[in-house]
Design a protein around this ligand. Sequence first.
Ligand code: CP3
Length: 361
Amino acid sequence: MTEFPPLKNDLILRAARGEKVERPPMWIMRQAGRYLPEYHEVKGGRDFFETCRDAEIASEITIQPIDHFDGLIDAAIIFSDILVIPQAMGMDVQMIDKVGPRFTDPLRVPEDLEKLSKDVNVLKELDWAFKSITLTRKKLEGRVPLLGFCGAPWTLMVYMIEGGGSKMFRFAKEWLFKYPKQSHELLQRITDVAMEFLAQQVVAGAQMLQVFESWGGELGPDDFKEFSLPYLRQISSKLPPRLKELGVKEDIPMTVFAKGSWYALEDLCESGYQCVSLDWSYDPAAAVELSNGRVTLQGNLDPGVMYGSEETITKKVEAMIKGFGGGKEHYIINFGHGTHPFMDPEKIRHFLKECHRIGAQ
Ligand code: CP3
């Protein structure tokens, strides 16, 4: 295993383990990206996935928000995408400017499962991702922990079937309700790759992990229990023994973010993840009461608040931190979803500074 520089700021790891902290740690979903001018400078006209696969560039972009908001962000998240798992399974995915992801040949009928690679060699197919994590962790010089991540099985299934984003989820829903058996087969195959991908990210240097179930809210409570939760659970239960097998000695905290699945909070508190990330549809105090110290909660400001004035941002931050009980235990500050490309970095700086000030009180 590679030797890395000692960690100087372990606030997020302590909060994730449930320890009392001096102030709540903070990071922001999509903190690296298009709202930062320096992102465009480095990315230039390059293809999105090409930048992900270039360890030098990806590591630079990963560290940009840490430099930009020096001392205000307590974790870096590796610059990559959830759609690299479908790519590793043999699917072609392009990122189209101003449109989003496009699969050239989505899975439309169960026979299309034949098109996916069997026995995906994760180390080989995603070897660029591991190199990028190792290089980034070195370049971070222990300033903050490095987070790894992956897409959750249901969310990836949606993309693989729809071929991109969707409003009606016509094709993915057709699979669930017409072909439940094959849906489970697909979910299982994704789960196997996702679990190994996360484990190898840790071997490469990731210090905490997040699983993104971005389309969780498209499933009703019963379907979430059938098509999402069991696979999220498999990932959290198989990962620790796999890490042991791979020679990892530390406990690696894991976060689950099931956007829109407010009905599932009770189950998510018992799903084997140390942290549960909330979108802004949750009332913080109600979530704290329900979770009752079983997990560390993460979230949950509406990123849209960044379009408001500094006074508005301050007020919203005060209410959020108060709602999460002051934030010195079982809490990680974040947005309820990612930053938008149009946001003003100075507003985000104000948000972070206010979180720092209020969180330390
Ligand atoms: O800073 C970070 O958060 C790390 C990097 C990161 C990206 N995507 C970079 C990215 C992470 C963690 C993701 C996760 C991701 N990707 C999710 C889960 C989180 C969520 O938003 O729900 C999802 C659903 C995707 C799939 C994806 N990638 C979409 C739908 C899009 C296009 C939509 C858009 O915002 O335009 C992407 C592109 C993408 N991923 C960009 C970035 C910085 C924009 C690429 C560009 O045009 O430069």
